[in-house]
Every structure is written in structure tokens, then in C-alpha cells.
Ligand binder design. Structure first.
Ligand SMILES: [Ca+2]
Ligand SMILES: [Ca+2]
Length: 256
């Protein structure tokens, strides 16, 4: 019998290891029993474990893209372990944690972290989710903080369900904590940050209807404007492209 195992190369999902097939059991009851066991195991197979973002350092491929004054090695105010994050949410500046591999919302449903407002507390900070580097949903951290405000002089645990920000599917590229006011604010501390695993079935994919009107805005275009970035001589000949362009960078490397 095959057993589901955790496979980190599949983004924390569970997978069945590939094994050589054995001679089939002819008895019908054995096949039925096998199917029943697989079906019973199916919900658990979709689940991942919580993904650590920060404990005493960034983990699991998260990078620091922050643009606020900050430290990932704060030692004076720490929730657990030896270090925490500190940052100044002044004038819309932010702490930005990015992950190249993305975060599939089929596996994760919330962010959880401990927060401390320093001596004064009460900072205005917004939590923002990003898809493809663009803000996809956000809300004030206060909305999810016990007592309705970042507290002074103590740590509190905050859980931000992504669905409460209007984001239920897709692949996040990261998230940030951003000052939500044009003003100087006191230092905010964060520690023990994780992405919580999805506990139920992932939401169904959203349907998207796309229509193409082939008759709209038709006008002739000079065929001599078409070119191609890089490519071999054989590829250009095959495509009938009259120009070949060299140079540029990632933002201009497309056919034009
Ligand atoms: Ca820590
Ligand atoms: Ca400040």
C-alpha cells in the first residue's frame, strides 16, 4: 500500500511516492477496500504544514524587500528565541517580505504573528497581500488585533485570514506591513510569523470569461514595424520577421 508523504518540492503539498506496480488482486472486495482507503485519506492529502516566515531570521525562502527603517535582528524586544523584527512605520514606509517561489493559497489561509507596539503602541499599520507584486487585498492590523490596537508594552498574537482581505485563491508573491499615515510613528516589533495551513477544502477556482471581438478597431498596420527580440536566424525566417533586435533588458524582451 502506498503512503502519502510530505514533498517539499511540491510547495508543502502531500504526494504519493511512485512505486512499481504489483500484480493486481483479482478479488473485487480488495479493490473496493483500496478505493475506500484512498478516498478517506484524500482530505488530509491536500493539507500542508504551517510555513515559518520568521522566527529568529527569515525562513523558507522569504527575502527582505523592505523600504522602511528596520532590523531583522532586534534583540531588545523579543517574543521568543533570541531575535525579532523591528521597523518604523513612518510616512507610508513598510516592512516587505517577498518569496520568489510564491505562496499558493490552496495550501495557506492566514498569516499569524506576534506584535508589540513598544512603549506607546497605537501605531497605524496596514497589512497588504501581493499577487505578482501588486496589492491584492489589505486591511489595518488593528482590525485583527485583540483590543483593536497595537498594544503598548506587551506582545499579542494576531491572525489575519486572507479571505477577510478579499483574497481566497491565487499565488501570493509576498506581503508587507505599511505605515498607514503620513506621520512619524514609534517602532513596531514582530516575531514568530507563520502562514497558517488551510484547514478545509481550498475554494473552487474562480471562473473568468474572456471575449475577443475580431471585428473591433481594425486598421492596417505597416508590416515593416514588426521585429523580434533575439532568436536564431532560422526562427526569424520561419516566422517571417523582418527585423531582429539585440540588447534591452527583462522589461523590453518581447516581440514588438
Ligand atoms: Ca524570535
Ligand atoms: Ca518613527
Amino acid at each position: 500500500m502506498r503512503v502519502a508523504r510530505h514533498n517539499p518540492e511540491m510547495g508543502g503539498r502531500w504526494a504519493l511516492p511512485v512505486q512499481s506496480a504489483k500484480p493486481a488482486v483479482a478479488a473485487g472486495w480488495a479493490l473496493a477496500l483500496g478505493l475506500a482507503l484512498l478516498l478517506a485519506a484524500a482530505p488530509a492529502a491536500l493539507r500542508a504544514e504551517a510555513l515559518v516566515v520568521y522566527d529568529d531570521a527569515l525562513q523558507n525562502g522569504f527575502d527582505d524587500w523592505s523600504w522602511a527603517v528596520h532590523s531583522l535582528a532586534e534583540t531588545g524586544t523579543v517574543h521568543a528565541g533570541s531575535r525579532a523584527i523591528s521597523f518604523e512605520p513612518d510616512d507610508w514606509e513598510g516592512l516587505y517580505l517577498h518569496r520568489d517561489a510564491g505562496i499558493d493559497l490552496a495550501s495557506y489561509e492566514a498569516a499569524e504573528f506576534w506584535i508589540h507596539g513598544g512603549a506607546a503602541g497605537g501605531q497605524a499599520v496596514r497589512f497588504v497581500l501581493l499577487i505578482g507584486g501588486q496589492a491584492a487585498g489589505s486591511a489595518p492590523v488593528d482590525d485583527f488585533t485583540p483590543g483593536g490596537a497595537i498594544p503598548a508594552g506587551e506582545w499579542v498574537l494576531v491572525r489575519v485570514p486572507f479571505a477577510d482581505l478579499g483574497v481566497v485563491s491565487g499565488v501570493l508573491s509576498g506581503f508587507w506591513f505599511q505605515g498607514d499615515v503620513s506621520a512619524d510613528q514609534g517602532v513596531v516589533y514582530l516575531d514568530d510569523m507563520v502562514l497558517a495551513e488551510r484547514t478545509g477544502e481550498p475554494p473552487p477556482p474562480q471562473e473568468l470569461a474572456v471575449g475577443v471581438d475580431l471585428g473591433a478597431n481594425r486598421r492596417p498596420v505597416n508590416p515593416m514595424i514588426y521585429g523580434f527580440n533575439f532568436g536564431t536566424a532560422a526562427q526569424l525566417a520561419d516566422l517571417g520577421v523582418p527585423f531582429r533586435r539585440w540588447g534591452g533588458n527583462s522589461t523590453t524582451r518581447y516581440s514588438w
